[in-house]
Design a protein around this ligand. Structure first.
Ligand SMILES: C[S@@+](CC[C@H](N)C(=O)[O-])C[C@H]1O[C@@H](n2cnc3c(N)ncnc32)[C@H](O)[C@@H]1O
Length: 412
């Protein structure tokens, strides 16, 4: 069995038990660049800023689960370079566009080209390539209202033809972030079909045009505030990294043990922008992800490590679970996270700090104290627990209370 030490006592920070909105993406929607890709699963730039203002030691900032690049962008705005791992190639690219390509457009002086494209979109679009992967998928699944998938493919072709350099990448993100709002789908962590109570889809052309103008405005008004850059050092954080950074601060939020499939929920963007050539390729991405949902449980994965502090919960689930994939998921999630935490420790200098945002879960009426278990696993991997604060409380499917916390560790 992998060794785990008993958990150290929880020291809660006094007086800041529920700092408003720190643990959710909402406030980012009022911030330049952060607003370029609304990401429900993200946290706030304020959370990152607070951590980085607290930790000014020289060295690199790391987010091992980069998502939409909130850590990277907040760090860059504080003049700090950062690195990240991210398994979803679309999300990794979103982070690069927000931090690096926005600065590039400012340096190239091409925001007018974004606005010119916005004006041009209301004219005639060229015919779409009917064999484009997005349209092949749309014909099978009805992702878009009639004609909208074709508009997306045509807009992409126009962007590729008329723009180059940073402007092309920024415009592609204007298209990427407009796809779901203009589709028959909504993203409620996972992507699902709209129902009668959901708002009707937006006009794709109007949404892309509005974003192109907003993005141009952000670049003109605020690009000089981005003083750092960001680099991806791995897809799966557990793989070998392309660089050997001296990490002094980690700010991150790993996948929660709650079922979100972080690649499937961006499938429209992955298909439209050419990151995958068919929905079948989602399967390849899935096996590299931390197993966080029942659909991640696959025979293609290796057996999870047996970890003492996980077994007490997993064995209860063995008794009551209606689906035997549930205890397997719980064991695999913590085994994957143990490997990820060990990998991050390998690249962290002694004394590095880690801010770790995580929530607990409930399966078959059994509480899975994710943060307590991850704290023990982190401690076994060389991370000394310092304190934690409650960011938010939420309700599970059965009405019981779940908690989102920010744990704080030191590399020892
Ligand atoms: C909760 S989200 C991070 C959100 C981020 N803090 C933000 O504000 O945008 C977790 C991310 O971890 C990524 N992920 C899952 N498994 C991974 C792995 N093995 N290596 C690296 N990233 C992974 C997911 O694709 C997802 O984008």
């Amino acid at each position: 069995m992998a060794p785990t030490t008993p958990p150290s006592p929880v020291r809660r920070r006094v007086g800041i038990d529920r700092p408003n909105g720190l643990g959710v993406f909402g406030a980012n929607m009022a911030r330049p660049f952060h607003r370029w890709y609304p990401f429900v699963e993200g946290y706030s730039a304020d959370l990152v800023e607070r951590a980085l203002i607290e930790q000014t030691a020289d060295g690199t900032v790391l987010d091992p689960f980069g998502g939409s690049g909130t850590t990277a962008l907040a760090a860059a705005m504080l003049g700090r370079d950062s690195v990240f791992a991210e398994v979803n190639p679309y999300m990794a690219w979103v982070a690069d566009v927000k931090v690096n390509q926005s600065r590039r457009v400012a340096a190239e002086g091409t925001t007018d080209e974004l606005r010119a494209l916005a004006d041009e979109l209301s004219g005639n679009l060229p015919p779409a390539d009917e064999n484009h992967p997005l349209l092949v998928a749309d014909r099978r699944r009805g992702y878009f209202p009639p004609g909208v998938g074709e508009q997306a493919v045509s807009i992409h072709a126009v962007i590729e033809k008329v723009l180059s350099g940073g402007a092309r990448e920024v415009a592609r993100l204007a298209l990427g972030s407009s796809l779901v709002p203009a589709s028959n789908m909504v993203r409620r962590t996972d992507l699902r079909k709209r129902v009668a109570s959901d708002p009707a889809p937006n006009s794709l052309i109007a949404t892309v045009a509005e974003r192109l103008r907003n993005f141009g405005q952000d670049i003109d008004g605020s690009a000089r505030a981005i003083k750092g850059s960001v680099k991806q050092i791995a897809g799966d954080v557990r793989d070998t990294w392309t660089e050997d950074p001296r990490v002094s601060v980690v700010v991150t939020s790993p996948p929660y043990l709650n079922g979100t499939n972080y690649c499937r929920n961006t499938k429209l963007e992955l298909l439209a922008l050419g990151f995958i050539a068919s929905e079948r390729e989602l399967m390849n991405l899935r096996v590299s992800m931390i197993s966080a949902g029942i659909n991640n449980v696959s025979k293609r994965r290796s057996q999870p490590k047996i970890i003492d502090c996980v077994e007490s919960v997993a064995q209860q689930l063995d008794q009551v679970a209606y689906d035997m994939r549930i205890p397997t998921l719980v064991r695999t999630y913590f085994s994957d996270m143990s490997d990820a935490l060990a990998q991050v420790r390998r690249y962290a200098v002694d004394g590095a700090r880690m801010y770790f945002d995580i929530g607990d879960s409930r399966y078959c009426s059994i509480h899975v104290p994710t943060h307590t278990i991850l704290r023990q696993i982190a401690e076994a991997e060389g991370w000394r627990f310092l304190d934690e604060e409650v960011l938010r409380t939420r309700r599970s499917y059965d009405g019981s209370q779940l908690t989102q916390v920010l744990m704080h560790f030191e590399a020892v």
